[in-house]
Design a protein around this ligand. Structure first.
Ligand code: HPA
Length: 276
């Protein structure tokens, strides 16, 4: 188990390293999901730091994840982008999974945009749809906030009644309309993975109120809320969840669909970060 002191010391070392490595501190964090990394490529005044070069950062292993922090701006709005995230199913501890969000927090980031590839459970959704996350179900069986609470980072019992900020959701809906994107809203259920779900699990998830399912996002959102950040979440429906259509699921399909809507996704996130 990680000690409070050990964690604070690590965070401070990373903060110092990044402050010395980049010019201009970010105000907003962005986490890019599987196949959705292109937003980072289009940043202005880009400064790229590979995870492997950052002290105490775990290294990214999954296909489709570049594994780097990208600092830059969109029309002057300074952002730090995780191009590739750490998944629990890769074997990282929950503390490792949320470590980059803590790093953003100590750098002064006050808002986070999280994105992911997800399976669509709501039959109104189609592969290629972008869905605004309005709430989540944490079904991962673990919680990144478990253990000693660092009160300098946040409260012991954080409130999650608006885990996905209402004002930001309204802004996202307005921008989507302006861009001609049919942005629907949904509840994201997070499971630990790495297998895709069974059809029975998907029927269960639908019954308990899930609209989409994935294997990420919730840990980072918990850490961000704990740290007092505002959060906006967007899922890209890369496939319909198991049993909804009579077809098998594959990572190849997930990456192909994400690639197909990448351009629209980049425009949307670019427009969003300007107003959040
Ligand atoms: N299930 C879980 N995670 C996913 C899926 C899915 O169907 N698609 C993309 N990520």
């Amino acid at each position: 188990m990680i000690s409070k002191k050990g964690y604070s010391v690590k965070l401070e070392e990373v903060r110092k390293y990044l402050m010395e490595s980049v010019t201009g501190l970010p105000e907003l964090g962005v986490i890019l999901g599987s196949g959705l990394g292109a937003f980072a490529d289009h940043l202005l005044e880009k400064q790229v730091i590979a995870y492997k070069d950052i002290p105490h950062f775990p290294a990214s292993t999954v296909e489709g994840h570049a594994g780097q922090l990208v600092f830059g701006n969109v029309d002057g709005r300074r952002v730090v982008v995780m191009q590739g995230r750490f998944h629990y199913y890769e074997g990282y501890t929950m503390h490792e999974v949320i470590f980059p969000v803590r790093v953003m927090q100590v750098l002064g980031v006050s808002g986070l945009v999280v994105t992911n590839a997800a399976g669509g459970i709501n039959p109104a959704f189609q592969p290629g749809d972008l869905i605004l996350i309005k709430d989540h179900l944490n079904l991962m069986g673990v919680n990144p906030l478990r253990g000693a609470n660092l009160s300098s980072l946040g409260p012991r019992f954080p409130d999650l009644s608006e885990a996905y900020n209402w004002d930001w959701r309204q802004k996202a809906l307005v921008i989507a309309r302006e861009l001609g994107i049919n942005l629907q809203e949904g509840v994201y259920a997070a499971l630990s993975g790495p297998n895709y779900e069974t059809p029975a699990e998907i029927r269960f998830l639908r019954t308990i109120g899930a609209d989409m399912v994935g294997m990420s996002t919730v840990p980072e959102v918990l850490a961000a809320n704990h740290g007092g950040m505002r959060v906006l979440g967007i899922s890209c429906v890369t496939n319909m969840a198991a049993g909804i259509l009579k077809q098998k699921l594959s990572h190849v399909e997930v990456m192909e669909t994400a690639g197909r809507i990448e351009k629209q996704f980049v425009h949307f996130v670019q427009a969003l970060v300007k107003v959040l």
